[in-house]
Design a protein around this ligand. Structure first.
Ligand SMILES: CCCCCCCCCCCCCCCCCC(=O)SCCNC(=O)CCNC(=O)[C@H](O)C(C)(C)COP(=O)(O)OP(=O)(O)OC[C@H]1O[C@@H](n2cnc3c(N)ncnc32)[C@H](O)[C@@H]1OP(=O)(O)O
Ligand SMILES: Cc1cc2nc3c(=O)[nH]c(=O)nc-3n(C[C@H](O)[C@H](O)[C@H](O)COP(=O)(O)OP(=O)(O)OC[C@H]3O[C@@H](n4cnc5c(N)ncnc54)[C@H](O)[C@@H]3O)c2cc1C
Length: 648
């Protein structure tokens, strides 16, 4: 064990185990999670070669093998609780995605939420036993964001009681679905429904695409892999062209909308219920942001504790790079954000399950807020985490650029979360749509509840506009900081709403007014999400009874809130005072930095980083890893080089 890192742990002011238990939910939950993780870590079947030394095809093959092994082993162990399955899989996957990822995250959840009971009876046994391996095929070459314009059609033929599916143009070819290229034999296809000559918009259909015996594409189906990408190399994101593919009427997911045998159409209670799976994954991605950021911070902070560089005071030994204020300023606000997002991820998951419970009982009243929250927080947390992973990589200097640091893999695997499940700017604009609506309702005297209830206050304090109210902050008091964030959100929602109003007074259309105000609208959503995060972090503190853990998390929460103010200084005041306070907080966090990342409790196998190793022995491991590079298998690799040298 590296002596620097041992000293860090000895000097921590709190018990890491207590904090880990709190993050997991209880000591028993930590015990069970570790037990599940050790099933993977001690399993020789999961000791695969390093994917960084494999070709793309080898990576795909290894991912498929791993996915099938996981299925069998989960069965053998009798693990069926979704959370436990998730622990098992994320340990086995490490940083990467799994070959059957879309089957679990989108195909199955869509069947659970959008099938009738009869449809569930047919499809769930097939899907849960992996006889029907599925994906979610929505995006087309021409459209990913504006899904109302998708061109794939499903036309009902009452004479045979079938739907006929077609991708009529090049731009209508399905493009991107994970697991579509080579793996899946079924796809949930989102298509424009036509019946009795009328289009009823997007609906979801279960389409068999490959023979369940031979795995050959079925007649009318053209399917394949879209090629190498920025990351996700083990996933066969695919293309799909359907030409006159016939499926039975019962293959339309009919929990909400229905087509009768004679072709008559029954409307769903809300046409946005078709978008339900996207809301689910957006809600879950918030927790993924926390994990990607907490892993990156673990690597960068542990490494900063063992790395010595430069001279702080002449004649003294080189300090740990974690002692540089500039290094702390890069890493500690991200560490604080990783904790904040962990709590927000838990909240988002709970909120999703609570509101979908109501939806299943026929109460759709909270769907708009759920959609706005999931869309906004997905965008807010993925943007921060995405940028933060890069900061962590650069904070490790040159060694951070090596694949064995783990950081490049975390980045390339995580960065598409800013695009998939709804491009982030577009998601922020969806949240803004909800906020502006709420702002108008509050002005009309309606009482708002939930995360937007702060907009009621603006009504109460009329006629003074929110923007003219001073921001007075006690920078040592979290409750006061929450108020400041609340006021900022109210201000920016007001600015966006007034911008829209101003544009409309110039008698331009609603749509143009919206486009001309989009900078203000995105800022309003960003401020709203930032407020929600600070508020939830503060609320979490009130649940913590252990004084030492409370104290260290309070310091992190203050840093998170104050750092956010300096990043958005134009919206707040008291800047120089805040900077001084931030410097003091960095000093306070410094002795606990390693213990705080230890509390995330990533074991070495999952972290998969030579820089972030628990024992801090980075240089020895880095050298060992380099020796395994395929280029080092022979002393002279390229005959071209050999010939050049010989000619000289
Ligand atoms: C057990 C499992 C364990 C899980 C582990 C978790 C692991 C997590 C990690 C997962 C990784 C998985 C890999 C995922 C791979 C990516 C898959 C994809 O990208 S798939 C492809 C992903 N693709 C995308 O995400 C496409 C993005 N695009 C879209 O979603 C839509 O086109 C749109 C929302 C932008 C506009 O829609 P449009 O129809 O034009 O609507 P308008 O704008 O005209 O607004 C009209 C009204 O509708 C309202 N409303 C809107 N949406 C919703 C909603 N969902 N709901 C409710 N309401 C909604 C809106 O507020 C408005 O209300 P109002 O103001 O009138 O009252
Ligand atoms: C790794 C990966 C996996 C994926 N997996 C799947 C899958 O399994 N299934 C599936 O169906 N899809 C999948 N996708 C597709 C993904 O969902 C889409 O790429 C995503 O929804 C964004 O759509 P787009 O590509 O059309 O981007 P575009 O909408 O073309 O975005 C390009 C730019 O235009 C801007 N823009 C677009 N519309 C607006 C607007 N209204 N206002 C302001 N700005 C706007 C955006 O902000 C962005 O800057 C995957 C994508 C990736 C990268």
């Amino acid at each position: 064990m590296n002596p620097d890192i041992c000293r860090e742990r000895e000097n921590a002011t709190f018990n890491t185990e207590t904090l880990t238990n709190m993050l997991d939910g209880s000591a028993e939950k930590t015990r069970r999670r570790r037990e599940i993780e050790s099933l993977v870590i001690n399993d020789p079947d999961f000791q695969h070669d390093d994917p960084n030394f494999m070709s793309r095809s080898e990576r795909y093959d290894a991912a498929v093998k791993k996915s099938s092994q996981m299925i069998m082993k989960l069965r053998d162990y009798g693990i069926s609780d979704p959370e436990e399955i998730y622990f098992y899989k994320r340990t086995a996957r490490r940083t990467f995605h799994e070959a059957f990822g879309l089957h679990y995250t989108m195909f199955l959840p869509t069947l659970y939420s959008q099938c009738t009971p009869e449809q569930q009876k047919k499809w769930l046994p097939l899907a849960e036993n992996f006889k029907a391996l599925g994906t979610y095929a929505q995006t087309e070459l021409g459209h990913g964001t504006h899904i109302r314009k998708l061109e794939t059609t499903a036309t009902y033929d009452p004479s045979t009681q079938e739907f006929v599916l077609n991708c009529p143009t090049v731009s209508s070819i399905k493009w991107w679905p994970g697991g579509l290229g080579k793996t899946s034999n079924h796809a949930i296809v989102l298509a424009q429904l036509y019946t009795l000559g009328k289009c009823h918009g997007l609906h979801a259909f279960i389409v068999p695409i490959r023979c369940m015996k031979t795995h050959q594409p079925l007649p009318g189906v053209t399917v394949g892999d879209i090629g190498p990408k920025f990351g996700f190399e083990e996933v066969d994101n695919g293309y799909l062209k359907l030409e006159n593919v016939r499926i039975p009427r019962e293959n339309m997911l009919m929990k909400y909308a229905q087509v009768e045998p004679d072709g008559s159409y029954l409307k769903p209670p809300s046409d946005k219920l078709t978008y339900g799976t996207m809301v689910f994954i957006r809600a879950m991605i918030v927790g993924e942001s926390a994990r990607a950021l907490s892993k990156s911070c673990t690597i960068a902070i542990r490494y900063s504790a063992v790395r010595h560089q430069s001279e702080l005071r002449p004649g003294e030994p080189e300090p740990q790079i974690l002692d540089y204020q500039a290094q702390q300023y890069k890493l500690f606000p991200l560490l604080a954000a990783a904790y904040a997002f962990t709590f927000v991820g838990q909240y988002m998951s709970d909120t999703y399950h609570r509101i979908t419970g109501h939806i299943n009982q026929g109460d759709f009243s909270q769907l708009p807020e759920l959609h706005a929250l999931a869309a906004g927080l997905k965008a807010f947390t993925t943007w921060t985490a995405n940028a933060g992973i890069e900061v962590c990589r650069m904070a490790c200097g040159g060694h951070g650029y090596l694949c064995c640091s783990g950081l490049p893999d975390i980045y390339v695997t995580f960065t598409p979360t800013c695009t998939y499940e709804g491009e982030n700017t577009v998601m922020m604009l969806q949240t803004a749509r909800f906020l502006v609506k709420c702002y108008r309702q509050a002005r009309e005297g309606q009482q708002l509840s939930g995360t937007v209830s702060y907009l009621n206050e603006q009504q109460r304090l009329q006629p003074q506009p929110v923007s003219s109210r001073p921001t007075v902050v006690n920078i040592n008091d979290l409750a006061s900081l929450v108020e400041a964030y609340k006021l900022r959100a109210a201000k920016l929602v007001e600015v966006a709403a007034k911008s829209l109003q101003g544009e409309l007074q110039r008698s331009i259309s609603q749509e143009d007014a919206w486009n001309n105000s989009s900078i203000e609208l995105v800022r309003a959503s960003d401020a709203h999400c930032h407020y929600v995060v600070v508020e939830l972090f503060a609320a979490k503190l009130s649940e913590i009874s252990d004084t030492a853990v409370h104290s260290v998390l309070n310091t992190l929460a203050l840093l998170y809130a104050l750092h956010g103010i300096t990043l958005n200084s134009g919206d707040f005041l008291q800047l120089s005072q805040i900077t001084q306070r931030i410097k003091a907080l960095l000093v306070e966090i410094r002795p606990n930095a390693v213990a705080l990342v230890d509390s995330f409790d990533y074991n070495d196998e999952m972290l998969n980083s030579v820089l972030g190793r628990y024992d801090g022995n980075v240089y020895e491991s880095m050298f060992e890893w380099a020796k395994r590079s395929p280029l080092n298998r022979t002393e002279v690799r390229s005959f071209i080089i050999f010939n050049i040298i010989q000619k000289k």
